[in-house]
Design a protein around this ligand. Structure first.
Ligand SMILES: Cc1cc2nc3c(=O)[nH]c(=O)nc-3n(C[C@H](O)[C@H](O)[C@H](O)COP(=O)(O)OP(=O)(O)OC[C@H]3O[C@@H](n4cnc5c(N)ncnc54)[C@H](O)[C@@H]3O)c2cc1C
Length: 344
């Protein structure tokens, strides 16, 4: 089926649903294509304690459910489908999903950036129960606990330093003997008494699935093949993020690491906006995603108002041009009449 929209939003995380709330309240009747993870990344975590308005904290899935209801209340339509391709080279823009071709005057891309994971079963089962991909989000829950950070880049080392504010001990597990991180970060980590390094090592398994909480890990030394167990309360995976932008390759300008390039929330194509983690390599928080979702909604609203204004101006210009033509014809007729009278 083919149909036309004023505002289409890709993604139903904090950015997409906030953009939906704003555009719906502006009477633009937005359409949200939810993607495979309805509600976005916060649906895979437990307590969220840093989203303003919830002094006692709120469960991630509950927060997203509330945002969903709020967006629906003002007339947002949400479909369980996934954008398979997008064409922003002609207007209206086109989104192809598994079911439909959607034509749209504006497009707000909020497809997020997924944290890369190790791929162990135990990692998924214990996500939000001792396993995390965000130290800023979850570090606070590990006061006086022992944790490990997996990764060897700047982010992993920064997360490890951040965690020393709360944790009793932080062990960095890195598969090589040298760190990819900058020398200054490596030096900073070495100065930290709470941090120890376990290099040439990979995390083989996270223990505690039966208990429903992390109790330890199995670590394999890649040089010797020996496996050892370490008792820990938390595992932070810090091996990078992957922005969900495959379907935009060749359509929108991307950064080297694949995030959408924006100025504020504007892409280089007027009418196409991006919000949330998909365009934010630095902060990646629910509140910043929501904030930029609001910005994208307002920009889309103003863009549509601009289009409407241009349409009025161009139809007024046509009316004036036809009036002028009418007057010119009258003047020509009068002149011809006058000429005939003079001759007579
Ligand atoms: C374990 C964990 C815990 C976290 N805890 C916190 C916390 O406590 N506090 C905090 O502020 N932040 C936290 N974060 C970060 C927070 O979840 C993100 O910053 C936030 O979800 C970003 O929102 P978003 O809308 O940009 O993207 P996402 O939440 O990633 O949503 C992306 C959306 O895009 C959709 N999508 C993807 N591809 C397509 C497609 N092709 N077509 C249509 N839809 C598509 C997905 O289905 C999804 O709905 C946590 C993250 C993780 C992983």
């Amino acid at each position: 089926m083919q149909y036309k929209e004023k505002v289409s939003i890709l993604g139903s995380g904090a950015a997409g649903l906030t953009a939906a709330i704003y555009t719906a309240r502006a009477g633009l009747n937005p359409l949200v294509i939810q993607g495979l993870q309805a509600g976005g990344q916060l649906t895979i975590t437990t307590d969220v304690e840093n989203f303003p308005g919830f002094p006692k904290g709120i469960l991630g899935p509950e927060l997203m459910e509330e945002m969903h209801k709020q967006a629906e209340r003002f007339g947002t339509r949400l479909i369980y489908d996934m954008a398979e391709s997008v064409d922003v080279t002609r207007r209206p823009f086109r989104i192809t999903t598994s079911q439909d071709e959607i034509l749209t005057d504006t497009l707000i891309v909020c497809t997020g950036a997924s944290a890369k994971l190790l791929g162990h079963d135990s990692e998924l089962k214990l996500m939000g129960h001792g396993v995390s991909a965000c130290a800023t989000c979850d570090g606070f829950f590990f006061k006086d606990k022992d944790v490990v950070v997996v990764g060897g880049g700047d982010t992993a080392l920064e997360e490890a330093c951040f965690l020393t504010r709360f944790c009793r001990s932080v062990t960095i597990i890195h598969r090589r003997s040298h760190f990819r991180a900058s020398a200054i970060m490596v030096e900073r980590v070495k100065q930290q008494q709470k941090i120890s390094l376990l290099v040439d090592s990979v995390l083989d398994e996270i223990l505690g699935v039966e208990q429903g909480a992390v109790t330890g890990i199995k670590v394999r030394n890649v040089a010797t093949g020996s496996i050892s167990e370490l008792a820990v309360d938390g595992v932070f995976i810090a091996i990078g993020h992957k922005p969900n932008t495959e379907l935009l390759e060749g359509q929108l300008e991307l950064t080297e690491s694949g995030y959408i390039k924006t100025v504020g929330v504007k892409t280089a194509i007027p009418g196409v906006f991006a919000a949330g983690d998909v365009q934010d390599e630095r902060y990646r928080q629910a509140i910043t995603a929501a904030g930029s979702g609001c910005m994208a909604a307002l920009e889309a609203q103003w863009f549509l108002e601009g289009l409407a204004h241009k349409a009025v101006v161009s139809s007024t210009t046509c009316e004036i041009a036809s009036d002028v033509e009418h007057v010119k014809t009258k003047v020509r007729k009068k002149a011809a009449q006058a000429e005939r009278l003079t001759v007579a």
